[in-house]
Design a protein around this ligand. Structure first.
Ligand SMILES: *[C@@H]1O[C@H](CO)[C@@H](O)[C@H](O)[C@H]1NC(C)=O
Ligand SMILES: *[C@@H]1O[C@H](CO)[C@@H](O)[C@H](O)[C@H]1NC(C)=O
Ligand SMILES: *[C@@H]1O[C@H](CO)[C@@H](O)[C@H](O)[C@H]1NC(C)=O
Length: 236
């Protein structure tokens, strides 16, 4: 019994250390945000988000077919570009508890063309988030978002803009847009109602780290459990 405890304790400590060190490396990639960032929309860059007003804006424009063209761009004279982004759409009536809705579309129709993007399947949805494909300096990004079939309500877009690895703004809010995909009329219009949620979310970084860690924990755990079982079996 005591031998088992002696063997097991360092193995468990190693397991915990290994899991968290891997967890820290999961996110913040040049090819776009990982699915681990879906919840907090916060890059795991080891520094907190900016709390100042965002120098970037997301402008939604309702199309005749009730899809929404999104323009992500700089609205500042001091900062001219951004390297990364992560954007999702939410039902504005659901507040902070909302999960992302709708689908980002690659269909190119009209001008300006849709910017190449990586699409994430967040929280069991499909292509309900869009992120960058590389970390080149960007001035403008154009995306197309399609509401869920039959959706009739107010949509707000939340965008995390990454200026560089140490400077980023999390969940900046777009104007709220009224979408009615149940009809094909043009009665819907953009409103300038500010969202009910705060403009900047200062999610503690530890939350991101903790959220990243469980991603790899199951299979690492399996390997270590197998190791412990093997060691215990050989010692018996
Ligand atoms: C753009 O920046 C100007 C000046 O800082 C500000 O007044 C305006 O509200 C910003 N626009 C948006 C859509 O945030
Ligand atoms: C980098 O991403 C932008 C879109 O943000 C795209 O227009 C450009 O072609 C990409 N460049 C490379 C080298 O993939
Ligand atoms: C990141 O961007 C900020 C704001 O433009 C700038 O002050 C800072 O020097 C940049 N940091 C790096 C590492 O480029």
């Amino acid at each position: 019994m005591s031998f088992r405890k002696i063997v097991a304790s360092p193995v468990i400590c190693l397991y915990i250390l290994f899991t968290f060190s891997i967890g820290n490396q999961v996110s913040g990639t040049p090819i776009g945000a990982p699915a681990a960032a879906c919840g907090t929309m916060t890059p795991d860059h080891g520094v907190p988000p900016q709390t100042s007003a965002s120098p970037y804006v997301t402008i939604p424009t309702l199309m005749p077919d009730e899809s929404v063209r999104l323009t992500l761009l700089v609205n500042s004279t001091g900062i001219l570009t951004f390297k990364g982004f992560l954007v999702m759409a939410f039902d504005n009536s659901l507040g902070d508890t909302a999960t992302p809705i709708g689908t980002f579309s690659e269909i190119v129709e009209g001008t300006p063309a849709i910017t190449p993007a990586n699409y994430l399947n967040c929280l069991s949805g499909s292509k309900n988030a869009a992120t960058h494909t590389n970390n080149t300096e960007k001035v403008i990004v154009n995306l197309l978002w399609v509401p869920p079939s039959g959706f009739d309500g107010n949509v707000v877009f939340k965008t995390t803009f990454v200026r560089n690895v140490t400077t980023f703004w999390v969940k900046t809010l777009s104007d709220v847009i009224s979408v009615s995909s149940t009809t094909n009329t043009t009665t819907s219009s953009t409103t300038t109602t500010p969202s009910t949620t705060p403009s900047i979310t200062t999610t503690p970084l530890t939350t991101t780290t903790a959220a990243g860690a469980p991603q790899l924990a199951p299979w690492i755990g399996t390997i270590f459990l197998a190791l412990v079982t093997f060691m215990l079996a050989s010692s018996a």
